[in-house]
Design a protein around this ligand. Structure first.
Ligand code: DHB
Length: 394
């Protein structure tokens, strides 16, 4: 009697487990994708959403037997909103992953929640160096700003640029840009003759450009977040800095592919350092650009789109590796050390820092078939975030 009861109980328990396994909740993996679709950072949201949708269209919505459900939320790049949305996604929707984050403050706002809930936070857009240190559940597929700024400094000193004025948006990634560029540039014999910081929101560059012009530098090193480059370039030309022979240098955010073609021929010849150009010469990138443009009325993908696309790949690949296990710690462990070929070139996730390692290319704006492109002509291979190395040395 007692024995058959045990067996009956075991069957009931096994049966229940089987039912639970095939239930919709167990069989679905939800990705909460939080990104600015409105407000000043909306170009990031537009690019990233197009990319994640393309990834799903190309790779299907089933991974390791789980159905992938993408929940896209607009936070307008307002950190309080990001945090509230993330809380709802964790508690009500029970998401397996949080992803996106258009600017550094929104990525940071979610870090404590990711740690507490043990939910992987995949940063696909924001670029301040220290973001990945804010939670062991953060993994980044976008970039660290210093990755581009240090190679830019190396190239500049070797190519006759000796006096520079730095100009940056006054928030964390801008300060990362200023510090990492300046340290490398000065170390190699360059001189920073002025360091200008302007507000992130609605900047009027004109007075700052006047101040920069007065210092008669060889170049202005500029960091603005993606979406602001056209205004900067327009005011740079209006103020006559190009006519005065002053060059624009910097990480590639200022000549981002979303806006570049509308900037006009004045930008031809501008040299920047960055990890992605829509012109990157590889079969993987050519296929990506063609599919992206076809699915989005000819819109050209920029570096944010690639961060989103690679973020999707990372989540899909991690789920495959865990065999569909949705435990957050197991998923993050699966991501560590992963490598694959992205539209930007070969990339991997640093197993120590959970940050992206990618090539940084030196590119020059050129006209090709009537369109402006950042044409890559030199490569710094497999660049790790130099910002973290600098922190450790302190
Ligand atoms: C960040 C945002 C951007 O749009 C960009 O181009 C670089 C950095 C950020 O807030 O981290």
């Amino acid at each position: 009697m007692a024995r058959s009861f045990v067996i009956a109980a075991a069957i009931a328990a096994f049966g229940l487990a089987a039912v639970a396994d095939t239930s919709l909740a167990q069989g679905t993996v939800k990705i909460g994708f939080i990104i600015p679709m409105t407000g000043p950072q909306q170009s990031t949201g537009k690019q990233e959403v197009a990319a994640v949708k393309l990834y799903m269209a190309q790779h299907g919505d089933t991974v390791a037997g789980k159905k992938i459900e993408l929940i896209i939320k607009d936070d307008g790049a307002v950190p309080d909103k990001t945090k509230r949305i993330a809380q709802e996604l964790i508690v009500n929707d029970k998401v397996t992953f949080l992803a996106g984050f258009g600017i550094t403050p929104t990525a940071l706002a979610v870090a404590p929640l990711a740690t507490q809930a043990k939910v992987p936070e995949i940063v696909t857009a924001a670029g301040t160096s220290f973001i990945t240190e804010r939670s062991p559940y953060i993994v980044r597929t976008s970039f660290a700003v210093p990755q581009s700024c240090v190679p830019m400094a190396d190239w500049a000193v070797k190519n006759g640029i000796k006096r520079v004025v730095t100009m940056i948006s006054d928030y964390a990634p801008g300060i990362d840009a200023e510090k990492s560029f300046t340290a490398e540039f000065v170390k190699n014999g360059g001189k920073v003759v002025d360091a200008i910081r302007f507000p992130l929101a609605n900047p009027d560059f004109a007075p700052f450009l006047q101040r920069a012009a007065d210092r008669k530098p060889d170049a202005v090193f500029i960091f603005v977040p993606s979406g602001q480059g056209s205004i900067f370039v327009r005011q740079f030309v209006q103020k006559g800095l190009d006519k005065a022979g002053i060059k624009i240098i910097g990480p590639g955010d200022v000549v981002d592919d979303d806006l570049l073609n509308g900037m006009g021929d004045q930008v031809i010849g501008t040299v920047t350092a960055h990890f992605y150009s829509a012109d990157h010469d590889s079969a993987v990138n050519k296929a990506f650009v063609a599919a992206f443009e076809k699915a989005n009325h000819g819109m050209r993908p920029n570096f944010m789109a690639v961060g989103g696309y690679d973020g999707m790949h990372l989540m899909y690949a991690a789920l495959k590796k865990t065999g569909g296990n949705t435990d957050g710690t197991a998923l993050v462990n699966a991501m560590k050390g992963m490598s694959w070929e992205s539209p930007r070139g070969p990339i991997s996730i640093d197993p120590q820092t959970r940050d992206i390692i990618h090539n940084v290319y030196i590119r020059r704006v050129e006209k090709k078939n009537g369109q402006l492109y950042n044409v890559e002509f030199a490569t710094f291979p497999a660049v790790k975030d130099p910002g973290k190395a600098a922190e450790k040395k302190k």
